[in-house]
Design a protein around this ligand. Sequence first.
Ligand SMILES: [Cu+2]
Length: 336
Amino acid sequence: MKYGIAPSARTDRTQEIATPGQSRRSRLSYGLVARSAYVFALSFALFGPCMAAEHLITLTAEETAHDDGLGNKLLAYKMVEHKVDGVDITSRYSSAATIPGPTIFLTEGDIAHLTIENDIPGAHDNPPHVGISSQVSIHVHGVHYQIDSDGTLKVINRVADEGAGVGPDDGDVLVYPYTWNVAPGTAGTWAYHDHNYITHNGAEQKGLFGAIIVNPASAPQYDKEYLLYVTDDAFWGMEIDGTSKAQTKHGVNPSLSAARGDNVRFHLISLGTDIHEFTLDGYRWADPGTTNLINRTAIGPLEKHVFEVNANHSAKYRDKNFTNNLMGMRGEFNVE
Ligand SMILES: [Cu+2]
């Protein structure tokens, strides 16, 4: 999923803005009070009541323990460490590499520094053939970054390869750093994925994908959050507890759980190439950006659909498209 290059962030957010209506005399009489009130109001408007946080994130890309049943190994990201302003929150994540990869929660105004290490077995011992990349990368959507944090191969962005490689043909970069500027205006649910492994499209289809959820500074709290990645033949999901923030129940067509009365948020993220028709039996929700209540949504490549429901009965989530339904694209939403 390569849309092009994200604009680099503007870092000077407190730049003074000209006030043409004011005379020099009145500006002087306002003096420092007006200036500091203005700067305070501006920073409050941009960052909200919370201070922007700094995230230090270390990820690896690894093989999963099991193959796909046909002898093909899958690949997965693992969260090794995540600190927010020095506070270690790594225990929220699985200690194993997971598909989908870790869900990274960020808030508008934050800065995230990430590194990725290539721990795919054999990659270091078997340098790739010339022209075939064994780098792994993280290419993210939605937030801002400089071009060297694009997480793609040089053949794509014409700058440099931006992943963790394995040998001379991969630039000898064993750990690659990225910086994401979670600028105001980037709130939303966004996919990240590898863009470098073996081909310039990366190994998303082998499992190297995940998501960031960027909340506005004053976001509501949810009792549960569910990520459902809609691929061509399955939902890949993850459940996140709103209190403990623990990330569990990842995998294919997961059974999700909630308590009666829970306020829950679903994040559908469409990967792959197919068109799907998502429904959650017996539930209606507001179509994002409107007050229209809907009970199904069409979702196609690269689209997202984020909605909230109040958990009041157990139901199945499913893809109602005939062939996708035949493939078993459905799972349980258990409310107790
Ligand atoms: Cu993409």
